[in-house]
Design a protein around this ligand. Sequence first.
Ligand code: AMP
Ligand code: MG
Length: 325
Amino acid sequence: MTRPFLSRLLLIAMLALSPSVWAAWLSDEQPVMGTVVRIELWSDSGKSGQTAIAAVMEEMRRVDRLMSTYKEDSEISRVNREAARQPITISKELLELLERALRMSELTHGAFDITYASAGHLYDFPRKIKPSAEALAAALAAINYRHVALDRANSTVRFLRSGVRIDLGGIAKGHAVDRAIALLQARGIKHALVSAGGDSRVIGDRRGRPWTVGIRDPRQQDKVIAVVPLSNAAISTSGDYERYFEAEGVRYHHIIHPRSGQPASGVRSVTAVGADSTTIDALSTSIFVMGVKKGLALVESLPGVEAVVVDADGKIHYSSGWKRP
Ligand code: AMP
Ligand code: MG
């Protein structure tokens, strides 16, 4: 072989390879919203992919600053302090999420209820603290989503009685994931996964094969009960193992039945799959409260939604359209 031929061959090889020098899978993981946020995406140019990841992480932190009840200066904390006395002006973003939360309460006949927090705030899971029977009884009357009055025209929220508190822990992560996905789509990203704890959503597929998300065994941390293939979809798992403590043989966990103010029983975990994370996040929490029968009946009535429920005996129940491998 002659030298010019060799160098021409080299040049052609370099040209063929050059786009793929920049095209690559990028990923990052950071602690945000009291959980781990993970982003994975296919980037055609290394730099824009990195910028997109940084923008998404910042967006997740922004939503957390707005909606975390753990932060004194968040919008939601201000609402909890003042809305029983007077209407409080809130951002359009918070107003719209509150509207969605209230719609979810109607849909689930009150199983999803952000005023669960009126009693929910009396639990401290890391410190193994639960309310006394008296404190719980006093807080119960304040749990009812109908106590939350929204005024869309003036963008205000008001609580119709004292003692009401709200918490968006059952829907805010889904909202943050949806915001992240919208941001990536606007940047032209065609293949991505964003997950925040139990809530994930994917854009496209993993270039030729689906994304996969595992559903963990609720009683064995390193075992999975199913691996779910996904493309252009959202998935959310709610479990009694995420935040809990045990006392007198009872598992006190973070999903609260609005009627009793106590942890919902009958279910260990729920995984729901659908189109967007906000809906699916709230639905997985709702189905957990509703239990196997009512929860799966609700899923059957919703187009494009499927679910898997692990009951209190460890038995697995699937909605009719769940595709088992
Ligand atoms: P998830 O992990 O999405 O199921 O959300 C659980 C979180 O939802 C809890 O940590 C609470 O912040 C919140 N939550 C608990 N019970 C309810 C309920 N009945 N309705 C709405 N949100 C709830
Ligand atoms: Mg949820």
